[in-house]
Design a protein around this ligand. Structure first.
Ligand SMILES: NC(=O)c1ccc[n+]([C@@H]2O[C@H](COP(=O)([O-])OP(=O)(O)OC[C@H]3O[C@@H](n4cnc5c(N)ncnc54)[C@H](O)[C@@H]3O)[C@@H](O)[C@H]2O)c1
Length: 459
């Protein structure tokens, strides 16, 4: 039924369904119940942000260990403390594996993984399983938002058909005012783990709803935790926005990685070049070379688009070229270690190598797609005896693409290694001491910047 309601966020008067008005009022009064599906690196911090604003948050996860840890007031992500979880629990934060409770929520936000499968194609099983699990319980007026990074068209072509097919009330997606049904939007996550230079609420939130009402509802909900919301015209626009951001990073990292290889041959320090170039006050944004791409996003997301582009008879050549350059970097690191040992009349085969840092970037506890894993495997294959040290990982066991079963090695006897290889430049390391105590240091991150010693090889 339609009513004439004052729109809380545009302050215009226009007809609005009772359900929409109620939703906006509940957001305003912090009585809206929000369900967050997938309590990982994205979902858990998001739950805490809403809790800080006094919303009652229910987290849904199929991983019973995570549900139990939250129930016990504990944490499983290093940068989130147990105290933060306990504080959120005081505001009603709870976790469950029972999807029957979806019907209690006013809004549901989906933050499940979107990896690539073994053929380097989008693995949509997490999104599909989640949407199939919630579809029967979705009710009139509810807002469903997908946050997982994915190819343009996912919300309209995958999420909506599954929600409509599985809904036990036969509800459809509301596309305009007074339509009835449920509302759907896409809003990409833009978190940069380990980067504390921008507060999470200062990162603008892009939102593309299916229709103007869904966008308005999602903007109101996210506007309560983010200082700025950026509405766009469609979910596909929002999906593409996220991919553009990550492809931009992937391509630019590949560019500096390639130029680094050239600079090495020309005996020019690429890091000094980048530092000088970034003094230009316009038209240049610095990107830095490294041992290869890591993390859930940059090595993965661009290929969601190149896969989708094929359907349109289109080849995304920049993405493929960047992928080629970045994938070659761990091989370059291993060759550099072998060359550095060779200069010291040693073979890689039989040498003892200590890798510093296995996380995919500094100061975080995330191993996903880390180039360190590939480098360890390549070094072992070449006959090196490899150990690692990483303050964030006591043990590296089995993942989707590796099975290392290695224990963290203390840093107390650096002199016993033929090579100490810096793969992740964690802030906790004392690089001066490391250089002083090691026979040879191969540095993939410029972590030894400012230290001058004959045993450092920058690669
Ligand atoms: N991690 C980041 O920095 C980051 C940044 C931006 C975007 N993203 C995107 O956000 C999404 C989530 O990433 P993440 O890093 O949080 O992943 P994650 O692996 O840390 O967490 C995902 C969670 O979803 C749960 N899950 C899986 N299937 C489920 C299901 N059917 N029902 C309920 N829960 C389920 C898992 O148990 C896990 O706890 C991905 O699409 C990723 O690309 C991640």
């Amino acid at each position: 039924m339609g009513v004439l309601a004052v729109n809380l966020h545009t302050m215009t008067t226009k007809p609005q369904s009772v359900a929409t008005s109620e939703f906006l009022e509940k957001v305003e009064s912090r009585t809206a119940k929000i369900g967050i599906i997938g309590l990982g690196y994205v979902g858990l911090p998001l739950a805490l942000l809403y809790s800080e604003q006094k919303f009652v948050i229910t987290g849904f996860d199929i991983d019973q260990k995570k549900v139990d840890t939250i129930a016990a007031g504990g944490t499983y992500i290093v940068r989130i403390s147990g105290e933060e979880i306990q504080q959120a629990k005081k505001s009603g934060f709870n976790a469950t594996a029972d999807f029957g409770r979806i019907g209690e929520m006013d809004a549901v936000i989906i933050c499940v993984p979107t990896p690539l499968n073994e053929y380097h194609e989008p693995d949509m099983t997490y999104i599909v399983n989640t949407v199939e699990a919630i579809a029967p319980h979705v009710r009139e007026g509810q807002l469903i938002v997908l946050e997982s990074t994915t190819y343009p068209g996912t919300t309209e072509d995958v999420v909506i058909p599954l929600l409509e097919k599985g809904n036990k009330r036969g509800l459809k997606t509301a596309r305009k005012e007074l339509d009835g049904g449920f509302y759907v939007a896409f809003s990409p996550e833009r978190e940069d783990p380990g980067n504390d230079t921008v507060a999470r609420r200062d990162i603008p939130k892009v939102i593309g709803g299916v229709g103007e009402v869904a966008t308005r509802m999602a903007c109101a909900m996210y506007g309560s935790i983010f200082n700025r919301t950026v509405p766009v015209s469609t979910p596909a626009t929002a999906e593409m926005t996220k991919l553009l951001e990550n492809i931009y990073r992937c391509v630019n990292i590949a560019l500096v990685n390639e130029l680094k290889l050239l600079c090495q041959r020309m005996d020019i320090d690429i890091w000094e070049v980048i530092d000088a170039a970034k003094t230009k006050p316009f038209g240049f944004h610095p990107f830095y070379p490294g041992p290869g791409l890591g993390g859930h996003c940059i090595p993965v997301d661009p290929f969601y688009l190149s896969w989708k582009a094929k359907e349109f008879d289109f080849r995304t050549r920049f993405i493929e070229l960047a992928g080629e350059v970045n994938v070659a970097m761990p091989y370059h690191v291993v060759t550099s270690v072998a060359d550095a040992l060779n200069v010291r009349k040693k073979a890689l085969n039989g040498s003892k190598v200590l890798m510093l840092g296995v996380a995919y970037k500094k100061d975080i506890d995330d191993l996903r797609e880390s180039p360190a894993l590939t480098i360890i495997e390549l070094l072992q294959k070449a006959g090196a005896e490899v150990r690692y040290n990483d303050p964030y990982f006591a043990f590296v066991g089995k993942g989707r693409k590796y099975d290392l079963q290695m224990k963290n090695t203390p840093l107390d006897n650096l002199g016993e290694y033929d090579c100490v290889l810096i793969v992740t430049d964690h802030s906790d390391y004392d690089y001066k001491k490391i250089v002083k105590e090691s026979k040879l240091v191969v540095d993939t991150r410029n972590a030894t910047k400012g230290i001058s010693a004959p045993n450092i090889v920058r690669c």
